[in-house]
Design a protein around this ligand. Structure first.
Ligand SMILES: Cc1ncc(COP(=O)(O)O)c(C=O)c1O
Length: 374
């Protein structure tokens, strides 16, 4: 099987901790451990007493019971806690995909499952979110991409990189078509809770018996360093995914599991999500004013969720060249649209602390004005 490198993660893994200004991140400015405990009103002692043994490998009972309350009718046994939602999606793909299986993926996208499916030998088709439809897909394209015999359909909602939230009609169209052809439906909901207007995106969970949901604490909660994600699936599937997880990381770190349970205590969870919305609502207008300052260079649709804004530019220079020059010469990390399958686009992360974000934009402006006029 061909190995398909995950270009976006290669780019971020290489540079995100080496640049002065990181505008490649899609979540909000992360909390420190101290800030999380303070926000929770929790003493540090229990964390310090976490034993550094192997923690319960599918997630502690406390953490799984807190996750279970977020999904009506789910028992803690249906939850597998993973090392980030990426591991959850990995074990799902590994469990389901065999050579020559048909997999349909929403595009553009965070291309983890798209690359993995090809690496596992699948034939991958895409259904596209269309800018001229305010980033909704076309119903006829959904039907064509989710052809009879499709094994797995993958959606990301809210969506990366557009920040779009699917309309109810489009959700229904995807679920109905997956059910019609008997495909599994994997819904990556890692941006759920990071909606700018505060209206939580409904989960795909419960819409069809072959739905698997992945989520985690990296984006809406501002806690990517905990590396805590989870999947929810029908009981038999969760057990099989847990067995796969024995081969990947065995289990999450006990300290992370402990802090994740702190974060998902209902009051604390509410405050974390409110913090995220505050950051989004404060920073987006700053970004929008800044983008407008470039005249007719950029076109974009305001994101509905996530600290991300996807922007198209009209200059005839490739985005890979733009981001590489801005990184090398101005120490700012942006994401090229090519990493999602969209040339001539840039993705700006706008979840940083405001003063740092403004400095980053000032430096980015110097870089882009130079690159666009050279
Ligand atoms: C849509 C999507 N899914 C999953 C991930 C991976 O997140 P995690 O930190 O939970 O592994 C990302 C990260 O950017 C993402 O954008």
């Amino acid at each position: 099987m061909p190995f398909i490198p995950f270009d976006l993660e290669r780019w971020q893994s290489t540079w995100e901790n080496r640049v002065r200004y990181n505008l490649s991140e899609s979540g909000v400015h992360p909390l420190s451990i101290g800030e999380l405990l303070e926000l929770a009103g929790a003493p540090a002692r229990p964390l310090l007493e976490v034993r550094l043994g192997y923690s319960q490998s599918n997630g502690t009972d406390l953490l799984r019971s807190r996750i279970a309350t977020l999904y009506p009718g789910v028992s803690p046994d249906q939850i597998l806690v993973t090392t980030g939602s990426s591991e959850a999606s990995f074990v799902v793909c590994w469990r389901l995909i065999e050579p020559r299986d048909k997999v349909a993926v929403m595009l553009p996208n965070y291309l983890q499952t798209w690359g993995l499916a090809q690496t596992f030998g699948a034939e991958v088709s895409g259904f596209h979110l269309r800018p001229e439809r305010q980033w909704e897909p076309a119903p006829e394209e959904i039907r064509a991409a989710i052809a009879p015999g499709t094994k797995l359909v993958v959606v990301t909602n809210p969506h990366n990189p557009t920040g779009h939230v699917l309309s109810n009609d489009m959700r229904d169209a995807i679920v109905e078509r997956a059910a019609e052809v008997g495909a599994w439906l994997l819904a990556d909901e890692v941006y759920q809770g990071a909606e700018v207007d505060g209206r939580t995106t409904p989960s795909f969970w419960g819409s069809y018996e072959r739905v698997i949901v992945v989520n985690g604490l990296s984006k809406a909660y501002g806690l990517p360093g905990l590396r805590i994600g989870w999947l929810i699936a029908p009981p038999g599937f969760s057990a099989e995914a847990w067995a796969r997880h024995d081969y990947t990381t065995i289990g999450p770190s006990g300290a992370s599991d402990h802090l994740a349970a702190v974060a998902l205590e209902p009051r604390v969870r509410g405050e974390l999500l409110a913090r995220t919305r505050r950051i989004l609502r404060t920073n987006y207008p700053v970004l929008e004013t800044w983008l407008r300052g470039f005249g007719d260079t950029f076109s974009w649709q305001p994101p509905q969720a996530g600290a991300i804004c996807l922007v198209k530019y009209r200059q005839a220079v490739g985005a890979l060249d733009v981001v590489e020059r801005v990184r090398a010469e101005y120490d700012v990390l942006l994401v090229p649209g090519d990493h999602f399958g969209l040339p001539n686009h840039l993705r700006f992360g706008y979840g940083e602390e405001l003063h740092h974000f403004k400095d980053a934009l000032a430096e980015t402006e110097r870089g882009l004005r130079r690159v666009f006029t050279d």
